[in-house]
Design a protein around this ligand. Structure first.
Ligand SMILES: [Zn+2]
Length: 322
């Protein structure tokens, strides 16, 4: 899905009862790169002013995050040049150029690596401004999608991999691990062990409900995946490709909290069924909301995202024949 133009970034804690969920749904559908059934787009309320459109944050001595609107990139400068994850150029076509200048404000070395965390036009568009100096890398499954997108601002990767690989560059070591949630999964996570930083785009969210109706994997599979990540990667800063302000990054505990949400969601749906509520009925959603509110009512997209989350649990349990 492609769109352009300026949209307000809305933080999950924005003090408005009516958030422009249609906007968020469009963004996220782009991230998933598939034709999701879209919720009806509600009339978009202007977000309250002032808005934070962009952030440039030094997370560790040599780790930076750059946000433009609702997308977040990471870069790591080295003596031989910078490593960047995602050009995030769809929501605003000037963002990659702004980003390039932001990088220049902290290092005089050029960007040498552009890593596509996956192919989603919203995260992946606009890398062309780094093409003069950067080698582009993606998961093997992402390359044909990028080629098919045929976007002149989004270079087809020079290097692809599957499974896990190590990027050693400029005296720094990054571990790239494909997440393999499905045979078509084109995501990989980026782990910088020396600084205990993990970037895992879209497959985890910080204090925010999972997106939509859980297209990527069943809730049980996601919980398993998140436990695997928690058990095998040492990190204290988590980037998830979205978020702003206090949830621009999270911690391992946030990742574990997100895992627990999936389990609590499944339990709540089961309990609603046991209470006689029909799948996806308003009564089921209301029962799930009541069950989850004590722990999750402060999370982004609660309760707005619950109807879709419940639908995801119902669909996956049906797929499993249960
Ligand atoms: Zn995304």
């Amino acid at each position: 899905m492609r769109w352009s133009g300026h949209f307000p970034f809305v933080t999950p804690t924005a003090p408005t009862a009516r958030r422009p969920l249609g906007f968020l749904a469009i963004l996220m559908a782009g991230a998933l790169g598939s034709a999701l059934p879209m919720a009806p787009v509600v009339a978009q309320q202007p977000a309250p002013l002032p808005q934070s459109l962009s952030e440039f944050v030094r997370l560790k001595e040599d780790v930076y995050a750059f946000r433009f609107q609702n997308h977040v990139s990471m870069f790591i400068p080295t003596d031989e040049g910078a490593i960047v994850v995602d050009p995030i150029g769809q929501s605003n076509r000037q963002a990659p150029s702004v980003y390039k200048e932001a990088i220049r404000s902290v290092t005089d070395r050029p960007v040498r690596w552009m890593l596509y965390s996956h192919w989603g036009a919203d995260h992946g568009t606009g890398g062309i401004v780094f093409r003069d100096t950067a080698t582009f890398l993606s998961h093997r499954n992402a390359a044909p999608k990028i080629a098919a997108a045929n976007d002149p601002t989004s270079p087809v990767p020079d290097v692809t991999f599957d499974g896990g690989t190590t990027l050693e560059f400029g005296g720094k070591t990054l571990i790239l691990q494909s997440t393999a949630l499905s045979p078509a999964d084109d995501y990989f996570l980026v782990w910088y062990p020396a600084q205990k930083v993990l970037m895992m785009v879209d497959q985890v969210r910080v204090k925010t409900l999972p997106f939509g109706d859980l297209q990527g994997a069943s809730p049980e599979r996601m919980a398993e995946h998140l436990q695997y990540v928690a058990d095998n990667f040492d990190f204290d800063v988590l980037l998830w490709g979205h978020g702003a302000g206090p949830i621009l990054t999270g911690t391992k505990q946030d990742l574990l909290d997100h895992r627990q949400y999936y389990l609590d969601l499944v339990d709540a749906v089961r309990a609603a069924r046991a209470a006689g509520h029909a799948d996806n009925s308003e009564a089921m959603v209301a029962a799930v909301r009541t069950a989850l509110a004590p722990k999750y009512s402060s999370w982004g997209n609660f309760p707005g995202g619950l109807t879709a989350n419940v639908a995801g649990v119902v669909r996956w349990s049906s797929d499993a024949g249960g």
